[in-house]
Ligand binder design. Structure first.
Ligand SMILES: O=C1O[C@H](COP(=O)(O)O)[C@@H](O)[C@H](O)[C@H]1O
Length: 244
């Protein structure tokens, strides 16, 4: 039986700090009982703040990076060195203290002129195979998008694929690659992260199950957590809160 909890934090800095601590603790605890831990990372400003904080906490934490596999929910289909790349933004921050290597870091393909976003999505699907995530992080856009699945857009159509190419994305850059909802949901725990007033409307609607929003669809097999700051939680009924 899966459960949903909402953690309300004061502001973006506290959100980043709490999620980074919890993620590190969770990975270290899992590594005590299983060989490999799979974490699916997301893009966006909230996530980047968290990666920054996570990197601060790694030294002395007992994290075994060789047994940590990193994946991505979605990626901007631009050249590998483009600062818009979600993975580049994350890895640059994490690599400050974490030995990130290509064998354990499954970045999505970049636009190198060889293949298009759809073909590259199929390549990533093959790499992903049947992988089951322990924790999946998920940012939320102001329009309720998750990964690169946008409302009222082709990317939100039902599919049995695990990874799809996205064109004409409503948010730049136009070409992207994203895990689909079924693939995002192949996770024990799903951790949404959202901060700021512009997210207040979609956070309230998604938590209360407005299925017109992509953000209302992801669900962890064991647990779904929403980590939101006070501003993003402003429209959420009071019943949605828990202590951490
Ligand atoms: O474009 C994207 O946006 C979302 C949300 O980003 P944020 O900056 O509003 O937190 C992000 O989760 C997604 O990975 C990214 O590609």
């Amino acid at each position: 039986m899966s459960f949903l909890r909402v953690a309300r934090l004061t502001d973006a800095a506290e959100l980043a700090d709490v999620v980074a601590h919890r993620l590190l603790d969770r990975i270290v605890a899992l590594q005590a009982t299983q060989e490999v831990v799979h974490v699916c990372l997301t893009g966006g400003n909230t996530a980047n703040m968290m990666y920054e904080r996570f990197a601060d906490l790694v030294p002395g934490s007992g994290l075994d990076v060789s047994r940590l596999q990193l994946w991505w929910t979605d990626e901007r289909f631009v050249p590998a060195t483009d600062p818009d790349r979600n993975s580049l933004q994350a890895v640059t921050r994490l690599a400050r203290t974490l030995e990130v290597n290509s064998a354990t870091t499954h970045t999505m393909p970049a636009a190198d002129g060889r293949l298009d976003a759809h073909q590259c999505a199929a390549e990533y699907a093959a790499e992903l195979g049947e992988t089951h995530f322990d924790v999946t992080l998920l940012g939320v856009g102001e329009d309720g998008h998750v990964g690169s699945i946008f409302p009222n857009h082709q990317s939100f159509e039902a599919t049995t694929k695990t990874v799809i190419g996205v064109t004409e994305s409503p948010k730049a850059p136009a070409e992207r690659i994203t895990l689909t909802i079924p693939a995002i949901n192949r996770t024990d725990e799903l951790w949404f992260i959202a901060n700021g007033t512009p997210k207040a409307d979609v956070v309230a609607r998604a938590v209360q199950g407005d299925k017109s929003l992509p953000a209302a669809h992801p669900q962890g097999e064991r647990a779904t957590y929403w980590f939101v700051d006070r501003a993003a939680a402003a429209n959420l009924p009071d019943q949605y809160r828990c202590e951490f």
